[in-house]
Structures are given as structure tokens and as C-alpha cells.
Ligand binder design. Structure first.
Ligand SMILES: [Zn+2]
Length: 385
């Protein structure tokens, strides 16, 4: 299946996901979430939480906190990259009276270099850092490479007596490619009265055109006056789209989630953060629709919350990361058929107005000790004889 990204509603998608002032430590977020669930009418001891997290070990600390605060190990709705396995709704629905699903895409953060997308792997021989989320970054890399090629191979040239000039690599001028970065040529190149591009000269590997008034106005005083200059990051998200042959595997839909907003991801100052934000937004919208169609979830108390896990890269002496959560949206429904969506600000306020102390939390060490000291249960296989 060929997928082509499109310009449009994604222009604001990242701005709509507010980060500043929305972040909370996981150790505060989970008890607040638990108390919020009780305020919705859920019953202590009868709630089955589920997490839809990436398989990355950095997601372990949030899972431990969910187990501690909800008093049970959470069901697993997660696929690599932070997608929701929507084919697991039925089993989840049958494992508890009241139901919670927590979806979060994740991104690493190195506080020393103030960089998103990296995370120290303390279990490697040299404690080196690697990408985080590795899956989202692996999906994004092909697009970043294509974007960098375009940044280097579109050249702004000083104006001559006829006006501003732009040279574009011949590969980038082929709009019928089955895969690649496709330029919005109408926005880059000036056209004559008959609608044809104004070609000035064919070079060995590129063509030189008159630049469009739109581009000249957008670049303004940054247009070079004395020598040619690659367009670089002045190639903004509105000026291109991507086309790629994507697999149709429904369980491998992460790239499909990201391809439309990909121009905004690759041009973002922190592509790993942008990719995680977008994935959370798309997964919330997609999963919400599947919940309303799942028979097992009908007439049940249910909370589906989506957000972003920010994994603060651990120091070599730290066992766990200091993970923070930024909520994006929630879907609530009650057993009497009521349902509503909480957008980001309302969700944040609902969490912050819930108590961060949970008297029902369990002592995990004590629970493990009790299990270790419990009388051995002998299992007989005699029934086979
Ligand atoms: Zn990951």
C-alpha cells in the first residue's frame, strides 16, 4: 500500500499537545490516577489496570508503580513503540470488574546534555546511551535521511537581474517516485502566465528556476546575497510531504500513524519527542474508537488514559529512571452507559485535584515476603495416569 503524507490538520498537531506545566512524576501520577478512578465509582480491589507501553525496559518502573498502587500486576495491552494491541480488549474486559487502560508512547531525556531521544543503558558493558524510543526513532530515520538530503540539495542562489533563483536536485524534481520526499514545487518555484515553471538553466545534476514569490517572502532577509547556500532547515514542513510503500500488517501500524505528520516530526528540534507525541495522539483516537465497539467493555466502568512517558536517563548508580508523565486525553465511561472525553487541560486538572496519597497501595516487598513464606502447594500430575 502506498501512503502519501498530506499537509493539513497536522500543522497544529504538535502545538495542541501542551508540554509545559503538564508534567508530573510517575510516583505522584499513579496514585492520583487510582484515586480519580475511585471518584468515578470504581471499586477498590476490583479494578484491572492495563498498560499499553513499549517493550523497552525503561517502561518497567511505571509498571511497578501501577502494580503497587492498584494492588495487582497490570494486564498487557502494549506493542513495541507504545501502540495499543486493540485485539486484547476482550481478555482484558473479562479479567476485572472495573477497567483501566494506560497508553503512553515514550521518549528518553538526558538531563546533562538537555537532549531528547537518548537513554543510558546501565546493563551494557560500558553503560552507553542509545535511542529511546528506539522503535519510533528507527521508523523515523528513513524520513530524517530523506529530509537531510533535500536540505543539502536544494540551493538558494543570489538574485541576478531577473530575480531570486533556486536550484533543485533532479531526483527531488521527480514527482512520480514510488517512495521519497516530494516537494511542494508550486510553493518553491515561480510559474509563468501559462502555469509552467520558469526554468532558467539545466545543470548537470540539478535545475535552476526562478524562486516563487511565496518562498522569497517566507525566507526574507535570510536569502543569501553574495553566494549560493543550501536551503537547510529553511525547508519547513509546509514545503514537502513523504510517500512510502508501507506494510499493511495491522499490528505494525506505527509508521502509518506517523507518516502524515512526518514533515513536522523531522523538522522539529526534537524529532524523538515529536514522534512520541504524535503516536500518543493517533493511538488515543484509534483506540477510543475500538473501545466503543468492544462488546466486553459495554456497560462497564472504564477509564482509558493516554499520555507521554518521559524517561529521565538514569545515572550509573540509579536502578530505575525518574519517569515523568504528561497526560494527553482520557475517555471515561460508567456502567450506567454514561461516557465522555476529557481533553488535556481538563484531564490534568482532574488528576491534580485527586489525592496523591493512596491508602490502598500495597507493600511490594512485604507481598513478596509473604509469598516466599507461604506453605508450599504441591502439584500432582497423577491425573495423567
Ligand atoms: Zn520504545
Amino acid at each position: 500500500m502506498y501512503s502519501t503524507s498530506s499537509v493539513g490538520s497536522f500543522a497544529t498537531v504538535l502545538q495542541d499537545f501542551q508540554l509545559d506545566g503538564m508534567m508530573m512524576r510517575y510516583s505522584r501520577f499513579v496514585p492520583r490516577l487510582y484515586n480519580f478512578c475511585l471518584s468515578l465509582g470504581m471499586e477498590p480491589g476490583k479494578i484491572m489496570p492495563s498498560r499499553a507501553f513499549c517493550s523497552d525496559e525503561s517502561q518497567g518502573f511505571p509498571i511497578i508503580l501501577i502494580a503497587k498502587q492498584f494492588g495487582t500486576f497490570p494486564f498487557n495491552h502494549g506493542v513495541v513503540g507504545g501502540g495499543v494491541a486493540t485485539d486484547r480488549h476482550g481478555p482484558h474486559a473479562s479479567h476485572g470488574k472495573d477497567l483501566v487502560i494506560i497508553q503512553a508512547s515514550h521518549v528518553g531525556y538526558d538531563p546533562e546534555s538537555d537532549t531528547f531521544g537518548v537513554y543510558r543503558r546501565n546493563q551494557t558493558s560500558d553503560c552507553h546511551s542509545s535511542t529511546n524510543c528506539g522503535k519510533l526513532m528507527a521508523v523515523t530515520q528513513w524520513y530524517i535521511d530523506a529530509y537531510r538530503f533535500a536540505c543539502d540539495n536544494i540551493v538558494l542562489e543570489p538574485p541576478d537581474e531577473g530575480g531570486h533563483l533556486i536550484s533543485i536536485n533532479n531526483l527531488l524534481l521527480q514527482g512520480d517516485r514510488s517512495e521519497g520526499l516530494l516537494l511542494a514545487l508550486d510553493q518553491l518555484i515561480a510559474h509563468d502566465d501559462t502555469g509552467n515553471p520558469i526554468l532558467v538553466r539545466a545543470l548537470s545534476t540539478a535545475r535552476r528556476f526562478r524562486a516563487s514569490p511565496l518562498l522569497i517572502g517566507r525566507i526574507g532577509e535570510q536569502w543569501p546575497s553574495d553566494r549560493a547556500m543550501p536551503i537547510g532547515r529553511l525547508l519547513t514542513a509546509e514545503l514537502f510531504t513523504f510517500r512510502r510503500n508501507l506494510p499493511t500488517d495491522p499490528l505494525n501500524h506505527l509508521e502509518q500513524n506517523l507518516i502524515n505528520p512526518m514533515p513536522w516530526i523531522v523538522t522539529d528540534a526534537a524529532p524523538a519527542l515529536a514522534a512520541a507525541q504524535v503516536n500518543t495522539q493517533v493511538e488515543f483516537d484509534r483506540t477510543y474508537r475500538t473501545i466503543s465497539q468492544e462488546q466486553g467493555y459495554q456497560q462497564r466502568n472504564l477509564l482509558f488514559i493516554a499520555g507521554l512517558n518521559i524517561d529521565i536517563s538514569p545515572r550509573p548508580d540509579q536502578i530505575f529512571p525518574l519517569t515523568k508523565f504528561i497526560p494527553w486525553a482520557a475517555y471515561l465511561q460508567t456502567a450506567d452507559g454514561g461516557h465522555r472525553i476529557l481533553e488535556q487541560q481538563a484531564l490534568y486538572e482532574a488528576l491534580m485535584s485527586s489525592d496523591s496519597e493512596n491508602p490502598n497501595k500495597i507493600d511490594l516487598e512485604e507481598a513478596i515476603r509473604v509469598m516466599e513464606q507461604s506453605k508450599e502447594v504441591s502439584i500432582s500430575f497423577d491425573f495423567r495416569h
